[in-house]
Design a protein around this ligand. Structure first.
Ligand code: SAH
Ligand code: F3S
Length: 458
């Protein structure tokens, strides 16, 4: 890539004599991107860059991007326009696009988004200091190679959670599932698991530093497998829970056809593994599930829900749903609504289908559900979910939960918010408590999104 010269740059501008440079970073998309940005901060700190909060003082701006839906990419492109305006006053400013858009669009980004200097895919963050140097020398810094091995296992992320309470720990990278609609296997590459020793060491370090909650992250955590020491996801979950009984353990995301009874049993066995599962269903129609290449049926999914509820009676369950996928009929849509009624999800992330270039769906099926029908169906899905969330939260009235305090409520500085094991947000008056503490809160009020309560002694 070095042969491409970046004509937009003047080498000698912004030569900082102290060699101390500032960078600013914005992160879009999933939790995995948040975790990746924490790795990037660590890598850049080591090469002499300080992370700052005001982009006006930055020598370098990174945008860690998301490609999952067209809208996610649009958002990033708009933001990029703002940053590019800064270059007029500061031509030495470097702008880097990281993550899934970098991987998906590669050098095309250089043509489409003039004044971008660095393009780095999710597996090339170790090379960022070099890429930045190349860009500073007037060349483009581009690395979009995907790897079969890279897990950044040895890099200690610089945590972005300023409260020091909860942290993401990535356990796998990439995805081999190839769901027909999804761009992730193309942008994040092949699935690979991270050495469990490095995961457990990272968790221990977090505990030593006062963290109270970890979320193990992977596109499909159920595929975690470290063959050398025969550690599968259930075993890894157990090893994580054993680090400290004071540590809450969460994980995301589970995959219905691979979510095993062994994992459910480990969840039931350890009090500190949270009673919460995110199990994306996508659709309630077998036709759609097949066309999505999801490898399970509606009945299979409902059976998984039954298995969870039998073993963990107070487990909350959330899901992802796509409306208006290729050739979705009114009956398919009704099947999704009826599945939602049957399960009664506590929470859901709901999306309109967005065709992504080069996916199986894009190559094989027309994106033929008209926009207004997609929107109407999505509205019906959202309406039903709001009712279900309200029902689920109303059922918690009068109950007392153990809550880990995460921060000050946005609405009042006299109140804290935290989450219970079921991942529900609870707001309550601060009194003598502090962030990072476990407290008991009795719920006396609720909306569809939040529980409101009072501290109690137990
Ligand atoms: N396994 C991943 C899924 C990543 S994508 C995880 O860890 O969460 C998150 C959700 O985005 C998917 O479950 C799906 O519901 C939605 N999604 C993915 N591709 C999409 C597309 N092309 N259009 C609309 N929604 C999509
Ligand atoms: Fe995407 Fe399916 Fe993997 S939704 S991230 S291909 S599990």
């Amino acid at each position: 890539m070095k042969e491409i010269k970046n004509l937009n740059k003047n080498k000698n501008i912004n030569n900082n004599p102290n060699n101390k440079k500032n960078f600013y970073m914005e992160t879009y998309g999933c939790q995995m991107n948040v975790a990746d940005s924490e790795l990037v901060v660590s890598i850049m700190n080591k090469s002499g860059y300080n992370l700052i909060e005001d982009f006006n003082n930055a020598d370098l701006i990174f945008i860690n991007t998301c490609s999952i839906r067209e809208n996610a990419e649009k958002k990033v492109r708009n933001r990029l326009q703002n940053f590019k305006a800064l270059k007029r006053d500061n031509p030495g400013l470097l702008i880097g696009i990281l993550g899934c858009m970098a991987e998906r669009l590669k050098e095309k980004l250089l043509e489409q988004e003039k004044l971008v200097d660095i393009i780095a895919g999710p597996d090339s963050y170790r090379s960022l200091p070099e890429l930045v140097k190349e860009a500073g020398d007037g060349e483009y810094g581009v690395n979009v190679l995907l790897s079969r091995e890279e897990t950044y296992a040895d890099i200690s992320p610089v945590r972005s959670d300023k409260n020091g309470v909860s942290a993401f720990v990535s356990i796998t990278r990439g995805c081999d599932n190839m769901c027909a609609f999804c761009v992730v296997p193309f942008t994040r590459g092949r699935e690979r698991s991270r050495n469990p020793e490095t995961i457990i060491n990272e968790v221990k370090e977090l505990v030593n530093n006062g963290y109270k909650e970890v979320t193990l992250l992977g596109q499909n955590v159920d595929k975690y497998n470290w063959t050398e020491s025969k550690v599968n996801f259930a075993k890894l979950l157990e090893l994580t829970a054993q680090v400290s009984p004071e540590l809450r353990v969460r994980f995301s995301t589970s995959y219905p056809s691979e979510f095993s009874n062994q994992v459910i049993d480990i969840m039931a066995k350890y009090d500190n593994i949270c009673n919460y599962i995110h199990l994306p269903v996508q659709s309630g129609s077998n036709n759609m599930l097949e066309k999505m290449k999801r490898n399970y049926t509606r009945d299979w999914y409902l059976n998984r829900i039954k298995a969870i509820r039998e073993r963990i009676p107070n487990c909350s369950i959330s899901t992802d749903i796509i409306s208006g996928y290729c050739s979705e009929t009114e009956q398919d849509h009704k099947d999704t609504l009826s599945l939602m009624e049957e399960v009664g999800f506590d929470y859901a992330y709901m999306f309109k289908y967005s065709e992504r270039p080069n996916t199986f769906a894009q190559r094989n099926y027309p994106d033929d559900v008209p926009e207004e029908i997609k929107s109407r169906r999505l509205q019906e899905i959202i309406k039903l979910q709001n009712e279900n969330s309200l029902k689920s939260n109303t059922a918690d009235l009068g109950k007392t939960f153990e809550v880990l305090i995460e921060g000050v409520s946005k609405k009042s500085d006299q109140e804290y918010y935290g989450r219970n094991s079921q991942n529900k947000v609870i707001v309550f008056p601060k009194k003598e408590t502090e962030i990072g503490q476990y407290v008991y809160v009795k719920v006396h009020k609720n909306t569809s999104a939040t529980l409101i309560g009072e501290l109690v002694q137990v």
